[in-house]
Design a protein around this ligand. Structure first.
Ligand SMILES: Nc1nc2c(c(=O)[nH]1)N[C@@H](CN(C=O)c1ccc(C(=O)N[C@@H](CCC(=O)O)C(=O)O)cc1)CN2
Length: 376
């Protein structure tokens, strides 16, 4: 998840996708580091596969120049007026998944008397991390998972964290362990994540779990929650992945890289756009499916999007907003207003991928308890 700290709220005009720095394409190049509502989303469905080039529409075409872009792109009048983008409702899907998990946990408890347990370790005083941990605890309560929480001060040592991990590794009541990221800078993240035993690695961050994801023919163990949530949204909205072109923007270990691996496992043809990619806009425009996870507010403009593409926006970026009681609001990596005019489906921010991250954590914890107790 590309969630910046609210401390680093971007200064941005209220007019959504303002082209002011750092939202220019040049800056972007530097910075790029079961069925819902019976809607079948066909890629390019609302616009038709050849609409973009169709002579019957070209006469009505208007040329719109992206404020951030040097290249022009064509929005047909049909797109502007007729395109009805489907909003992929992550909040609703997450709720459905929690209900399914709740039912499954009741079945397990009734048959073998086991209650899944999740241990969460939080180090430091980051407000956003504390909120995520609190939300994870609440979500556990709603589905019947027992949560164990350890909150350590910022100046804790690696050894203290490792000791808790070791205790949870040995505790039969605990089926899943997660260490909330980011960790304080004095800690070796790799060393700490490697200490979680792979059978309880419900975050899926252990290199052995990532390795399995990358290898053809290997069954995955635990899939990292945010990318798993992205794919789950595509499945539940019946978006076909097989044979489609997908672009993942960002190559982080916790979202971009595993998302690309997952799409590849689903037989998409995958490109990864990153901080050293030349012409990110041109490459992204070829995609039927875009997953963006860079943490740059509104970086992906309408001109980056192929008509009819499906967009999964992982970015959760706070931008200054004096009209909001919090003083900021959250926006994605994708300029929502522009994207809605071109895409066939899109996740909103907030309410898209974010809630799915926690739903997938619950799903992985249930999966772990089932595996450990051989419960089918
Ligand atoms: N150990 C981990 N650390 C982190 C992970 C992770 O998967 N495992 N991901 C992120 C943070 N994260 C969960 O930990 C997370 C981020 C955002 C949301 C969410 O529901 N966001 C809401 C908006 C919330 C708001 O209003 O502030 C949304 O998008 O609708 C859930 C979980 C980094 N660390």
């Amino acid at each position: 998840m590309t969630s910046s700290s609210p401390i680093t709220i971007m200064k941005m005009k209220l007019n959504h996708c303002s082209p002011s720095p750092p939202y220019t394409t040049a800056a972007a190049r530097r910075l790029l580091p079961p069925l819902i509502g019976h809607h079948q989303i066909q890629l390019r469905s609302s616009l038709g596969p050849t609409l973009h080039n169709s002579p019957s529409f070209s006469a009505r075409a208007i040329i719109a120049r992206s404020a951030s872009s040097s290249s022009s792109f064509v929005i047909t009048a049909a797109m502007a007026s007729e395109a009805s983008v489907k909003v992929i409702d992550g909040k609703k899907v997450a709720k459905d998944i929690r209900d399914e998990i709740n039912a499954e946990i009741s079945r397990m408890k009734d048959s073998i008397g086991v209650v899944p347990g999740l241990a969460v370790i939080l180090v430091g005083e980051r407000k956003d991390s504390a909120t995520y941990v609190r939300n994870k605890k609440k979500a556990c309560e709603t589905v019947g998972i027992k949560s164990y929480e350890v909150c350590l001060p910022e100046n804790s040592t690696e050894e203290e964290v490792l000791k808790y991990i070791s205790d949870f590794n040995d505790d039969p009541m605990v089926h899943g362990i997660l260490v909330q990221l980011p960790l304080p800078s004095h800690m070796d993240e790799q060393k700490i994540l490697n200490a979680v035993c792979i059978e309880k690695d419900v975050d899926g961050f252990h290199p052995l779990n990532i390795g399995r994801l990358a290898m053809r023919g290997r069954e995955t163990s635990f899939v990292p929650c945010t990318p798993k949530g992205c794919i789950e949204l595509l499945h539940r909205y019946n978006v076909e992945i097989k044979g489609k072109r997908a672009v993942v923007i960002g190559r982080s270990n916790i979202v971009g890289m595993p998302a690309a691996l997952l799409l590849q496992r689903e037989d998409a043809t995958v490109s990864i756009v990153h901080s050293r990619t030349r012409n990110p806009e041109e490459i992204t425009r070829q995609a039927d499916i875009i997953i963006s996870a860079v943490g740059q507010p509104n970086m992906v403009r309408g001109s980056w999007i192929k008509p009819g593409a499906v967009i999964i926006d992982v970015g959760i970026n706070p931008v200054e907003d004096a009209t909001n009681p919090r003083g900021y609001r959250l926006v994605g990596d994708v300029c929502y207003e522009e994207a809605c005019k071109v895409a066939s489906a899109i996740t909103p921010v907030p309410g898209g991928v974010g809630p799915m991250t926690i739903a997938m954590l619950l799903s992985n914890t249930l999966l772990s308890a089932k595996r450990i107790h051989n419960f089918k």
